[in-house]
Design a protein around this ligand. Structure first.
Ligand code: NAI
Length: 427
């Protein structure tokens, strides 16, 4: 096993950290009725007895509730972060104090530490992997293929991870089944849209102490995340400009009433730029050249490659921290371009960021928990490759949430069901 140390061995004041982490988790737990329901079921049934679950996720209070839910179901869980800046060390320490959980996650690790922690998790020889960005799956296939034989399957949280997995699957290189949790309605329509929209805007506003009202906000990418960001920014009286490369999505944005234009034009008029494409090099040198003094640049896509910070650094004559979480790059002509959270996921990586709202993550993690249970119950029915989450699992999570919210809804009558299933009943 890698000799990378668990978080408890890395912190000076572990007891205080654990207490604070537990406090954050207790708060989250009060607003996660789905995980509470699932946890009660797992605690009674212990479905994961004998399983080892390896996880690479944003280690903060909401994720911690998922981790504990799996551990209470009998699993041995080893976890690390999926981004060097999104870990809350206190939560990591609180998790690490659970007898069935080992946490290696530490905020601010360099690349070497980040991948050493991934290896440490793999050292526990997981039988199930839970990823946010596919780093565990990639490392296992590249460096520890001998473990694949005993891995039942995995679950992937985010769009970028699912993209990478599908590419791997297309190449015939993915050797165990992985559920695309991201693609379920219960995840994507809430987490990506509302979660990213609300938490990205909140993080930027709190980091900068600036208003949205009257600003030209350029949203790059009008996918699930971009739609949420655009809608919430418009709701705070910003003038939203969308950039896209996919014609139907560009048209959708246009029909929603947003201005749509190429980034080369948007660069000249934007006050705030937020990338949500999951792609690379979306804002590059030619755009920096045209931007106004004082613009804000942030990214909500999974990796920190959407804004070309190397080009920005090269172009700048000075670079300094303007505020906590804001790096100002000063150009030769005096313009200052401000990058928030070093171009990493702004809703998780800025110093004040808390990630998605708790209620939203309750849904996403409810689906994750259901997928892990499905792998243990029926893993042998899934071939290697990317799999859609069975619709009944997603529906089950929605029903738990509706019941917890006290929302009642209709169900089909027998006649309606027959009609919906028929093809020969017309006018
Ligand atoms: P999506 O695939 O629905 O949307 C991405 C959009 O960006 C697409 O419409 C695509 O055509 C467009 N695009 C691609 N290259 C572009 C370019 N050069 N210029 C303009 N538009 C471009 O993906 P989704 O679900 O919106 O996720 C986007 C990213 O956000 C992914 O990296 C995902 O992993 C990440 N994500 C981040 C979250 C967070 O908490 N910050 C939460 C959920 C997802």
């Amino acid at each position: 096993m890698s000799d990378y140390q668990r978080i408890s061995e890395q912190l000076d004041d572990v007891a205080d950290a654990r207490e604070e982490g537990r406090r954050k988790m207790d708060w989250a737990a009060q607003h996660m009725p789905i995980l509470e329901h699932v946890r009660d079921e797992f605690t009674a049934d212990r479905p994961f007895e004998g399983e080892r679950i390896g996880m690479a996720m944003h280690v903060e209070a909401k994720t911690a509730m998922l981790v504990e839910t799996l551990a209470e179901g009998g699993a041995e869980v080893a976890i690390t972060g999926c981004n060097p800046l999104s870990t809350h060390d206190d939560v990591s320490a609180a998790l690490d104090s659970h007898e069935n959980i080992t946490s290696y996650a530490k905020r601010g690790v360099d690349d070497e530490g980040y991948y050493a922690a991934i290896e440490a998790v793999i050292g526990h020889e997981p039988t199930i992997t839970v990823d946010d960005g596919m780093d565990l799956v990639a490392a296992i296939h590249e460096d520890y293929p001998e473990l694949i034989e005993t891995i039942i399957g995995g679950a992937e949280e985010t769009t970028t991870g699912v993209h990478r997995l599908r590419s791997m699957d297309d190449d015939g290189a993915l050797e165990y089944p992985v559920f695309a949790v991201n693609d379920t309605p219960m995840k994507r329509l809430f987490d990506n849209v509302h979660g990213t929209g609300e938490s990205s805007l909140a993080s930027i506003a709190m980091t900068t102490n600036l208003s949205w009202a009257g600003k030209n906000v350029v949203v790059a990418g009008y996918g699930y995340c971009g739609k949420g960001v655009a809608k919430k920014a418009a709701g705070q009286n910003a003038n939203v400009i969308v950039t896209e490369v996919e014609p139907r999505r560009a048209l959708e944005a246009h029909m929603e009433g947003y201005e749509v234009m190429p980034m080369a034009e948007a660069a000249e008029v934007g006050d705030v730029f937020l990338t949500t494409t999951g792609n690379r090099d979306v804002i590059v040198d030619e755009h920096f050249e045209k931007m106004q003094d004082g613009v804000l640049l942030a990214n909500a896509g999974h990796f920190d490659i959407e804004i070309d910070l190397e080009a920005l650094a090269e172009r700048s004559v000075d670079h300094y921290e303007a505020r906590d979480g804001v790096d100002a790059y000063e150009m030769a002509d005096g313009r200052r371009l401000n990058v928030i959270a070093q171009g990493r996921l702004v809703n998780l990586a800025a110093p004040v960021s808390l990630g998605h709202p708790v209620e939203v993550m309750d849904q996403s993690f409810g689906v994750q928990a259901a997928c892990v249970r499905e792998l243990v119950d029926n893993g042998d029915q899934y071939d290697p490759g990317v799999h859609d989450v069975p619709d009944e699992l997603d529906t089950e999570i929605a029903e738990i949430k509706l019941e917890a919210e006290g929302v009642e809804f209709d169900s089909l009558t027998e006649t309606q069901r027959e009609y919906m299933d028929s093809w020969d009943q017309g006018t």
